[in-house]
Design a protein around this ligand. Structure first.
Ligand SMILES: O=P(O)(O)OC[C@H]1O[C@H](O)[C@H](O)[C@@H](O)[C@@H]1O
Length: 520
């Protein structure tokens, strides 16, 4: 349940107050040594970092969407707009001039969701805060808020805003990315000279990548698009999982005859790429590509992925690359935590990555940084160029040669109507679990289907040369169904098996599945 405190803030969208409140709460949490872990909140517009002891104040990278902003204001705001990964990084950077390392960082963003779903992501140097700590922070927030009088609120707002110091932290963050690529190429100043690379920031926070990372490395970035932040996302949703977004960057690459295209989600923790022929490096292909790079550096390492990854990816990682594929659960925090856990019990893992485009490397403090993921690709381009291998993005395309891809791959999202009498007052989660149990039992009775021997989430089943996975969404009253198969006919057969089990549950909206299985 969202405390009244946040409801009020959402209604008002009064960010100054919101920042002050969150700053106070988070700062209290830090002082009381309530440390790590939160998921889930945002604004594509304001990023705040705070420093509780050293500088006794709030450091702000602010940018708020306003109508009719002047060119000057836009330039200024873009300069101060930060990405989510940069926020975490600011807790690790050693640079007094930029008040770093800070004790905590807060990103306010709606990520790729609409602006009315803004929220917070909290970081300390141990990573992003998780559910338990966030719940505690929000409960304390509600408590503090309830005790405020109008007078004390005004006073604390004034005191907090007086201690705000502004720094351009993105300069430090991007300089590190530039340094990484130069190093990979043997310390050449402009290792990407002559490469034409297009960035599509989808009007999120990722526009910095063109001017502050690619251009200093010598790349041409003309044709880059939607670099100007705009929380209404007028062109496409900034999300590499979104088909329209991938189409937009692909078209830009082809029209401009560029070597590579790079696309980010709003707050730059997800990314994907497109090669010079328009081939998308997203979802399983992106995982295959980054795995190939990581396995060259760390032979035999375990690659942790989310649950909706393909069977072809497993074969590729294990047979072609000589690594181990650990298909875990959906959710970037889940895969990252699992990779950290594996290392702690002696199983080496250097990469945790999702089909959503979130990817985290051990070498980068297990931070899911879309920009850093793309830096790994740039390193490859730059080092290939430095060692005299030409061919632009072909160096990357070659790395995923042999990845088997299904003819059909779909995701259908079956909604659970939470108000339906069939829930009998129970939660949608309980209802969803009952659907999954029923499906599992019906699969056991069908000789053409085999349950995956190892599975961590939902019901994953092989059959008809392909597979399906039905699971509960992490956040929504939805049962996402992924199907991959060698032909449409086989995919429909898999869909029919799910449909016959699910049809007994009246609260499930099966229209997407019905449409998929109906004879054409
Ligand atoms: O379970 P779903 O509804 O498919 O959503 C799952 C996704 O939720 C968020 O977007 C997280 O950023 C992703 O890490 C996660 O994969």
């Amino acid at each position: 349940m969202i405390p009244e405190y946040l409801h009020k803030c959402y209604r008002m969208l009064f960010l100054e107050e919101l920042q002050v409140q969150v700053w106070m709460l988070f700062s209290m949490a830090l002082k009381c040594e309530l440390i790590p872990q939160m998921d889930g909140c945002y604004i594509q517009t304001v990023a705040v970092i705070l420093s509780s002891d050293k500088n006794s104040g709030l450091t702000e990278f602010g940018m708020r969407r306003r109508k009719n902003r002047s060119v000057e204001m836009r330039r200024e705001s873009r300069k101060r707009l930060a990405s989510t990964p940069a926020m975490f990084n600011s807790t690790l950077t050693e640079d007094e001039a930029f008040l770093c390392p800070v004790d905590g960082a807060i990103m306010i963003t709606a990520s790729h969701l609409p602006y009315n779903r803004n929220g917070f992501k909290f970081f300390t140097n141990a990573g992003g805060l998780g559910k338990a700590d966030i719940k505690e922070i929000l409960e304390r927030a509600a408590d503090v808020y309830n005790k405020f009088t109008d007078e004390s609120l005004t006073k604390s707002k004034r005191l907090a805003s007086e201690s705000v110091k502004k720094v351009d932290y993105m300069t430090v963050y991007t300089a590190d990315l530039v340094k990484a690529v130069r190093k990979a190429a043997g310390n050449i100043e402009k290792p990407l000279e002559g490469f034409h690379i297009i960035v599509d920031a989808g009007n999120g926070a990722g526009g910095f990548f063109a001017a502050k990372v690619l251009e200093p490395l010598g790349a041409i970035t003309s044709g880059s698009q939607f670099l100007e932040p705009d929380g209404l996302f007028p062109y496409h949703i900034p999300n590499p999982e979104d088909k329209a977004a991938m189409k937009a960057i692909t078209q830009a690459v082809l029209q401009n005859k560029a070597d590579l295209g790079i696309i980010f989600d709003t707050d730059v923790d997800r990314s994907a790429a497109v090669d010079s022929t328009g081939r998308e490096f997203n979802r399983n292909r992106l995982i295959a590509l980054i795995s190939a790079i990581v396995l060259e550096e760390h032979p035999g390492t375990t690659i942790v992925t989310d649950s909706v990854t393909s069977d072809g990816l497993t074969t590729f990682i294990e047979k072609k690359l000589g690594g181990k594929h650990h298909r875990f659960k959906r959710g970037y925090k889940n895969v990252i935590d699992e990779a950290i856990r594996l290392n702690s019990i002696g199983e080496e893992s250097h990469l945790a990555i999702e089909t959503s485009g979130h990817g985290a490397l051990k070498e980068n403090h297990w931070l899911d940084d879309g920009a850093y993921l793309m830096v790994k690709l740039l390193n490859k381009l730059a080092s290939a160029r430095a060692s005299g291998v030409g061919g632009g993005s072909k160096v990357l395309t070659n790395l995923i040669e042999g990845l088997q891809e299904p003819a059909v791959a779909v995701e259908l999202r079956l909604k659970i109507n939470q108000n339906h009498p069939d829930l009998k007052g129970g939660s949608f989660r309980e209802y969803g679990e009952a659907v999954l149990n029923h499906l599992e039992n019906s699969v056991d009775l069908d000789p053409k289907l085999q349950k995956a021997p190892v599975n961590y989430e939902g019901v994953r089943v092989s059959g008809y040369g392909g597979w399906f996975l039905l699971r509960l969404s992490l956040h929504d009253p939805v049962l996402p169904l992924n199907i991959e198969a060698p032909s449409n006919e086989d995919a429909v057969k898999l869909g029919l098996s799910v449909a016959s089990a699910v049809k007994e549950f009246a609260a499930i909206d099966t229209s997407a599945l019905d449409k998929f299985i109906q004879p054409s």
